[in-house]
Design a protein. Structure first.
Length: 243
């Protein structure tokens, strides 16, 4: 073994053989077995390539996780997604209305708290009686048509709250709004049965319930911001865009 001129190590193995006419023949074979730095640290370019590959891999993994999350939270395009969007907008308005209506009617319209709570109670009682007729209409006319009609009635009734000038007009619009709001629940179940397969209905109902809770919570939070400045313009602006 010796140190070669190129800086590596070389090994020499020699063997001899004899022949009848050729005499002694020397067979020598040298092979380089190592070079200084052959197994040392990678060059800067190699490290840069490794880092770039690692960054790309991390980005791909993050993108895949984001897509899976979106698919889990957002239904595929179709009737279920449309129903979820309508439910989200409706529950957002419910959260806004529940948190601001009493302040609006007492401080802006001039009704007493007793009159407001009485009107809401009458609306809830009427909604209990209206659920059955709404279901019958859904069976005859189709749940989708009745559901859209109820949403339209509710939106107009809630917007009409800004026109309330006394107890009579308040009772009219609040009863109409509460009846339409509560009736949509039963009709929505019929709509789910019409657009979803039997094995997926429970999952869809649970998903829509989560959407409802989320919309109501967000609406209540936005109402809290409006109540920081409970002026007639602010509270009326909260009521007008409601569905």
């Amino acid at each position: 073994m010796w140190l070669s001129a190129s800086g590596g190590f070389a090994w020499s193995t020699c063997s001899t053989a004899t022949g009848s006419s050729l005499g002694r023949v020397l067979l020598c074979r040298r092979s380089r077995i190592a070079r200084r730095g052959a197994h040392g640290p990678r060059s800067g370019r190699g490290q840069s390539v490794d880092r770039s590959a690692s960054v790309r891999t991390s980005a791909l993994m993050a993108g895949g996780a984001s897509r899976r999350l979106v698919r889990a939270l957002v239904p595929e395009r179709g009737p279920v997604r449309s129903l979820a969007i309508a439910n989200l907008v409706n529950s957002l308005g419910d959260g806004l209305f529940a948190a601001t209506s009493l302040v609006y009617f007492v401080r802006i319209v001039g009704l007493s708290p007793t009159q407001v709570t009485t009107g809401l109670a009458l609306g809830s009682g009427a909604a209990l009686l209206a659920g059955i007729p709404a279901g019958v209409l859904a069976d005859r006319l189709g749940p989708r048509r009745v559901y859209l009609a109820l949403l339209g009635i509710e939106g107009l009734a809630v917007a009409a709250h800004t026109l309330v000038a006394g107890v009579s007009s308040f009772l009219l619009v609040v009863v109409l709004a509460v009846v339409a709001n509560r009736s949509t629940a039963g009709v929505r179940n019929g709509l789910i049965a019409a657009v979803a397969p039997l094995e997926g209905r429970t999952r869809i109902r649970a998903y829509l319930r989560s959407v409802t809770n989320t919309g109501t919570a967000v609406g209540a939070g936005l109402a809290g911001l409006a109540l920081l400045h409970p002026t007639p313009a602010v509270l009326s602006g909260v009521l007008w865009p409601m569905p």
